[in-house]
Design a protein around this ligand. Structure first.
Ligand SMILES: [Zn+2]
Length: 278
């Protein structure tokens, strides 16, 4: 079976006031919650389908090589450290090929990673000489270990039960520990325009890959992500548009992206830092 039964309730606020909103270019159906305005794929993919899909997720990285630290993650971490100046232990949930861990370690964090794909994580562990746990997150034994920061970068849009995921991660944080979340912003200028054109059928061909329903199940905006984090026992302390500068970009472009695009218009990504409440 490729799909689960249709969800009756909103995966974030639990309201039953949900309705069909849109059908994307892959003909996957998107629902919207009337209560919190959150959008989600409905029905969602089955666990079996997702397990098979993610089994080969990083298979294009047959060789993992040590990469330079990431300018964008360095920028995010610098900002996070204004709230957590003592740094400490960082868990990178969904660590992929290890770039965030490498960047954080260079800044003085003690890093541990997690990802589903054990074959890739073994290679990454070797290349960076870091500890990475893999497999089903539910089955892992953390032996009482707690973290000061959990980094959840472009992960949450892939999960089926975001409340469960965030509450589970909350349990792994120290008192006053922080959670850093980066997700695509469905209310970005480009996603809003693409969705509008599709829904009004102004464009005959469906244009938007922006829902990315080949693997994205949830479609966040700043209000819905705040609702989720607050529901799960966090206070949001910092929000900004995604900082999309690449290492090789000229300094002027980096400065423009840092200071101008954060205020001028919502770009396709957003990040939020939230502190665990007592
Ligand atoms: Zn809702």
């Amino acid at each position: 079976m490729k799909y689960d039964p249709v969800l009756e309730n909103c995966p974030i606020c639990g309201s039953a006031q949900t309705r069909f909103y849109h059908s994307d270019l892959r003909q996957n159906r998107i629902s919207i919650c009337e209560a919190c305005r959150f959008q989600f794929m409905n029905p969602q993919y089955s666990d079996q389908y997702l397990t098979e899909f993610y089994a080969g997720y990083y298979s294009h990285h047959s060789q993992i090589e040590r990469e330079p630290t990431s300018h964008a993650h360095d920028f995010y971490l610098k900002k996070i450290e204004t709230f957590l100046p003592q740094k400490g232990k960082l868990l990178d949930y969904g660590c992929g090929v290890g770039r965030v861990m490498n960047t954080a370690r260079q800044r003085g964090w003690t890093v541990v990673g997690y990802d589903v794909d054990c074959e890739t994580t073994k290679k990454v562990e070797k290349v960076y000489d870091v500890e990475i746990k893999c497999g089903s997150f539910e089955d892992l034994d953390w032996e009482g270990r707690r973290f000061d920061l959990i980094y959840l970068y472009h992960v949450l849009e892939h999960v089926k039960d975001p409340v469960h995921t965030i509450k589970t991660l909350r349990g792994l944080l120290n008192e006053k520990g922080h959670l850093f979340v980066g997700v695509p912003n469905m209310r970005s200028l480009s996603s809003t325009a693409k969705t509008y054109l599709e829904r009004k059928r102004i464009r005959r061909r469906r244009i938007g890959a922006h829902y990315a329903t080949d693997h994205h199940l949830l479609y966040f905006s700043k209000p819905s992500l705040s609702i989720l984090l607050e529901k799960c026992g966090f206070s949001v302390v910092y929000t900004r548009n995604g900082y999309k500068a690449k290492n090789e970009d000229p300094n002027l472009k980096k400065i423009a992206m840092r200071y101008v695009t954060d205020h001028l218009y919502p770009n396709s990504q957003m990040v939020m830092l939230a502190r665990r409440d007592d």
